[in-house]
Design a protein around this ligand. Structure first.
Ligand SMILES: Cc1cc2nc3c(=O)[nH]c(=O)nc-3n(C[C@H](O)[C@H](O)[C@H](O)COP(=O)(O)O)c2cc1C
Length: 191
């Protein structure tokens, strides 16, 4: 797959096969995030891999899916849930924690997953107090987001934006259609 095709298909996935992702792949995702560029090379972003079936099941009710879709369409059913999560944390014991670094790390993490055919959903709509307790996070270890992971059972297509709507939707086969602004809109000029 060439790089642009890789980037076109490395999308958000929300329904998954019920087979686990190998621990080595999850470790590689964190390793890819670990070496991402970051401001002043401060490396404040930390991770927790959630892979045991019990821990994964405990996380499921604490994340919220697809705000643009009715729950019955957006939330995975019991036999479609992600089979792993990675918690992305900011270690505020270290100076310079910032979410731009976390964003770059997330780009690398999700790309490393997709290189193995593992789809992901970065999740910011999460029950932070409950997850902080569940993951037994020490003070100053701030939960930034969760990344849901698994082998997707649907596709996701980039579509032309209609009437300025950023809302993704499902097509008749249940695949995601994700509108993106066109190049003519985002590239202001070349000087
Ligand atoms: C910072 C961030 C937070 C997100 N939080 C959620 C979330 O809580 N739940 C969810 O279902 N999707 C979440 N998403 C996924 C976005 O909805 C998705 O990226 C967007 O619709 C565009 O789709 P694409 O990733 O395929 O381009 C989040 C994405 C990002 C980058």
């Amino acid at each position: 797959m060439d790089m642009m095709e890789f980037l076109r298909t490395r999308r958000t996935y929300r329904r998954f096969e019920q087979r686990s992702v190998a621990p080595e792949i999850l470790q590689e995702c964190v390793d890819a995030a670990r070496i991402a560029s970051c401001g002043a090379n401060r490396q404040t972003v930390k991770y927790i891999i959630v892979q045991s079936p019990e821990a994964v099941a405990a996380v499921q009710p604490l994340v919220h899916w697809a705000a643009y879709l009715p729950r019955e369409q957006g939330a995975p059913k019991a036999d479609e849930v992600p089979t792993a999560f990675i918690a992305v944390l900011q270690d505020e014991n270290l100076p310079g924690a910032n979410d731009m670094d976390a964003g770059l790390a997330l780009g690398s993490l999700t790309a490393a997953a997709w290189a193995h055919g593992v789809g992901s959903c970065i999740m910011g709509a999460i029950d932070r107090p409950a997850l902080t307790k569940l993951l037994a996070l020490p003070e100053k270890m701030r939960l930034c987001c969760m990344v849901a992971l698994g082998y997707p059972t649907h596709k996701s297509h980039l579509v032309e934006m209609q009437n300025g709507s950023v809302k993704y939707y499902l097509d008749e086969t249940g695949d995601y259609c994700v509108p993106k602004r066109g190049m003519d809109e985002v590239l202001i000029k070349t000087v």
